[in-house]
Write a protein that binds this ligand. Structure first.
Ligand code: PYR
Length: 556
């Protein structure tokens, strides 16, 4: 029997005890979430996950979990892929009944970028657990325990496995370099265990946890909490990921994150196959066989090529990460944006400015959404040609990005060691501040009133999960509803057809439901009319058809 059966039959506490007792190193495969969030701008579509789900369920049956939801996937699914994230969860769950599903929950920010009312976070977590999420990794972007508590309590109430995270920054093997000492993490872990976490996660979102630091940190946490499983997450940005995960395993970590090798490396997680191979035959043997992993690697090599336009490329990997400390997902995103704006030559300056912005903000934990504050300030500095000393000198008069002002107001919570002064006072210029947990002063959202309002907007059957989507992403969800009023479920389109148009002469086959397939063959495209429309001639399952549709490229 697998871990999921054990969890369902005996609950999170017995599950955690069994994980602690397990001799081998357990693995979480992040291919379906963080790997593509960090390599391909989160663009991997449900159809490409479904195709490999049965094989994954078989091959990775001994895994601790599959990380497959949360983080940026929720927003990107609705906003860019025009598909429903809840459908993704349900459809994958149906194909993978045996392996625990894991999601990333941004504490009081749920799967968004701002603080939500407590009742929205609670409802979101409950519905996620009901729809099939088993393990919830909960973090706060400032390691602010008041914010973490909301997520921890919500997951506990929903019956999920609580995996509260220490977000790791700096270098515990180089004391004095940053304010995040070994003792800081040990104290934080103590609070999370007291709050009831079932598993302790070390969330190294930038890939800063070098092997020596992994040994020190895991040993210290293991000594303080002999009964609590430790789960380590890293990014392979500098290339030290496998070495760090092996060091963590040797120091007593129970679970580490890795990705299928053709979706691993650089800003993604370290390669799963490499960790399996490195531990083969040792007392921490993972129980997985390299030969069995091979088909998954081959599949992802091909699937990844469909997303080539979103590749940041291997250039984003570098030991520079120890200098700028940018999280994996943000690194590829900022580099992608810089290239798109023709600012590729400014990339080294952006990385230097990011480090300077972090110092100005008081050396903060950098992960969604605090990493955005640092990134916004860095871009502001590069655009306005300001160095650190100039920002300090001119702080009374500069128009700082709104995310920076809001950070100083306390919208994200309180950073370790407090806000840097006098910069805070000079940026705020008398604006109001939050001193405690920002969500504590947000009134509950009336979800019934929201449901009633949404029903006026759509003829679709509105589910409880849709109301939560609308609560989390009001504008994005309304846009999605408008799209769905016009188009069928595009999640069923093959990825090549979704991202590009179908050339004349080519055929597209779409399975709209089990055993029901539409085959579209493009025959011809007519002249552009004065109304900006064209006739499109095609065959649908062999029958000639035509449609007159607006040509969006002509409108530009
Ligand atoms: C996220 O919040 O999406 C991260 O991956 C940290």
């Amino acid at each position: 029997k697998g871990w999921r059966d054990l969890l369902r039959e005996h609950g999170p506490k017995a599950f955690a005890a069994a994980v602690r007792a397990h001799p081998g190193l357990l693995l979480t495969d992040t291919t379906w979430r963080d790997a593509h969030q960090s390599l391909l701008a989160t663009r991997v579509r449900t159809i490409d996950l479904l195709a490999i789900a049965p094989a994954t369920a078989r091959v990775l049956a001994p895994a601790f979990s599959l990380e497959m939801w949360g983080g940026a996937t929720f927003d990107v699914a609705l906003r860019f892929l025009r598909e429903d994230p809840w459908d993704r969860l349900e459809r994958l769950r149906a194909l993978v009944p045996n392996i625990p599903f894991q999601m990333l929950l941004r504490g009081a920010n749920a799967v968004g970028y701002t603080n939500y009312p407590d009742n929205v976070v609670r409802r979101f977590v409950r519905l996620s657990a009901e729809r099939g999420v088993d393990v919830f990794r909960i973090f706060d972007c400032l390691n602010y325990t008041e914010n973490l508590k909301l997520g921890i309590d919500a997951v506990g109430e929903a019956g999920g496995v609580i995996e509260a995270a220490l977000c790791y920054t700096g270098d515990v093997a180089d004391p004095g370099r940053t304010k995040y000492s070994l003792q800081y993490y040990v104290d934080l872990a103590g609070k999370l265990v007291e709050m009831g976490t079932h598993v302790l996660a070390i969330k190294d979102m930038a890939g800063l946890l070098r092997p020596r630091a992994a040994t020190l940190l895991v040993e210290a946490l293991r000594a303080a909490h002999p009964d609590v499983p430790i789960h380590v997450h890293t990014h392979d940005t500098a290339g030290t990921g496998v070495a760090s995960m092996l060091a963590a395993a040797a120091a007593g970590a129970d679970v580490v994150d890795a990705a299928i090798t053709t979706m691993a490396g650089v800003t993604s997680q370290p390669a799963l196959g490499a960790i399996v191979a490195a531990l083969h035959g040792s007392e921490r043997d993972t129980g997985l066989a390299i030969a069995d992993l091979s088909p998954l690697g081959t599949y992802w090599e091909q699937a990844r090529s469909l997303y080539a336009p979103f590749e940041a490329g291997n250039l984003s990997g570098s030991a520079d990460v120890y200098l700028h400390e940018m999280p994996g997902g943000q690194l590829t995103n900022l580099q992608f944006q810089a290239n798109a704006l023709g600012l590729a030559s400014r990339w080294p300056a952006i990385k230097r400015a990011y480090a300077a912005a972090n110092r100005l903000l008081g050396d903060i934990i950098k992960v969604t959404p605090s990493s955005k504050v640092v990134g916004d300030l860095a871009q502001f500095m590069v655009q306005n040609d300001l160095d650190e000393a100039q920002v300090l000198a001119q702080a009374d008069t500069l128009s700082f990005p709104s995310s920076v002002v809001e950070f100083f107001q306390g919208h994200l919570g309180q950073p370790h060691g407090g806000f840097p002064e006098p910069l805070r006072t000079r940026v705020l210029r008398g604006r109001p501040t939050f001193e405690g947990r920002p969500g504590a002063s947000l009134p509950d959202l009336d979800l019934d009133a929201l449901a009633a309002e949404l029903r006026k907007l759509t003829t679709m059957n509105l589910r409880d999960v849709d109301v939560v989507s609308a609560a989390l992403y009001p504008a994005v969800f309304r846009d999605y509803l408008a799209f769905r009023a016009q188009f069928a479920d595009v999640s069923r389109l093959p990825t090549r057809a979704f991202f590009a148009s179908l050339p004349v002469g080519e055929e597209l086959s779409v399975e709209i439901e089990q055993g029901k397939t539409l085959i579209v063959r493009m025959k011809a495209v007519g002249e552009l009319g004065p109304d900006g429309q064209r006739d499109v001639f095609f065959e649908l399952n062999g029958q000639p058809r035509s449609l007159r549709i607006p040509d969006k490229s002509a409108a530009q």
